[in-house]
Design a protein around this ligand. Structure first.
Ligand code: AHN
Ligand code: ZN
Length: 332
């Protein structure tokens, strides 16, 4: 027998009617509708803890103890949740020609199932705060609580949930390394877009198993910021429009429409681009688009030394985590 969970959603519409003598009157209209929710409850406290555990290692930049230890932690976590874990070591040559050792970490659930979904996030953090308002911080590595750790934290919580109740498809969780080594803004020479997303470029050319395929992929990038809005990113619309529609509809259905407005965002060079263009798997990027911030459309703390635990909001983790779970538990 199929188990179904039911919730009631209250939609409250508040209309402000301004009277002629300056007094105001509030009119409330309450509408109830019933929606079938299939996924288990995502736990944002747990996701938050996984974000913090990564941040507590320090900046996860290549060739450091923090990076090494955090990689081992992610591997151990996925293993403890019952995933079969693959590690891919590769040479990452960054914009200035320096080569570092990097590793992608891949956890697979239900490896024998043919129908699969790919979930991914990057686990490295940026070695330069090159968008910081203070020039003195340009060469300081960032903690990347939002930029990196948030997506991984949400996926670790989803992995924990999968162990407790499996969806009806196979799931692969990939933590890409060396996403955030793109040419820094202080570099005077050329800015090559290929310098970003080194781990996903590597994996897309050499997946962890031969003939790997997935129905679609979802990338989570910077999914913990307070008040974030996730607009529909450009490459995602171009390469995976039906998946975009599916995700934004589910978000709206389960009450997270304010986080997922059905509006078009810009084009972002991110890990989903190689997955779409090289691995040819339709992949959507859930990434914020801050329409109000002057400093960055990804939020005012993006690539600054302020990207720490203070910017992480459990409500945003909840909205994204529950939405992604609702998508995967509806696939069969
Ligand atoms: C660019 O700024 C070209 N891409 C943003 C990708 C990114 C950086 N995601 C996280 N950090
Ligand atoms: Zn970044």
């Amino acid at each position: 027998m199929k188990v179904r969970y039911y919730i009631s959603l209250c939609v409250v519409v508040i209309t402000l009617l301004l009277g002629s003598c300056g007094s105001s009157k509030k009119e409330k209209q309450v509408e109830e509708r019933t929606i079938i929710v299939k996924a288990p409850d995502f736990n944002a406290d747990s996701a938050y803890m996984y974000v913090k555990q990564q941040v507590d290692f320090g900046p996860r930049v290549l060739n450091t103890k923090a990076h090494h230890e955090c990689g081992d932690f992610l591997n151990a976590k996925l293993t403890s949740f019952g995933a079969k874990v693959y590690q891919q070591e590769f040479d990452a040559t960054i914009y200035d020609g320096t080569t570092y050792k990097a590793r992608n970490i891949i956890g697979t659930f239900n490896p024998d199932m043919r129908k699969r979904i790919l979930l991914c996030a990057h686990w490295d953090s940026r070695p330069w705060a090159d968008n910081d308002p203070n020039e003195k911080n340009y060469h300081t590595p960032i903690l990347g609580a939002n930029d990196g750790a948030s997506g991984v934290g949400v996926l670790l919580e989803i992995a924990r949930q999968i162990q407790m109740k499996s969806p009806e498809i196979g799931v692969d969780i990939i933590f890409f390394d060396a996403e955030d080594y793109g040419t820094p803004q202080f570099h005077k020479g050329s800015h090559n877009e290929d310098t970003w997303c080194l781990g996903s470029q590597y994996w897309s050319r050499r997946p962890h198993v031969s003939n790997y395929n997935a129905r679609f992929g979802i990338l989570l990038d910077m999914v913990g910021g307070k008040g974030a809005t996730f607009l529909q990113e450009g490459y995602s619309r171009d390469y995976a429009s039906s998946v975009v529609k599916k995700i934004w509809k589910k978000a709206n259905d389960i009450g997270y429409g304010s986080y997922f407005p059905k509006r078009q965002g810009g084009y972002v060079t991110d890990d989903h681009v190689p997955v779409n263009q090289i691995a040819k798997i339709p992949c959507v990027d859930i990434i914020p688009y801050d329409e109000g911030s002057e400093l960055s459309s990804f939020g005012s703390f993006w690539h600054t030394v302020n990207d720490n635990m203070d910017v992480i909001d459990k409500n945003t983790l909840q909205a994204v985590g529950q939405t992604v779970m609702e998508v995967i538990y509806n696939e069969k």
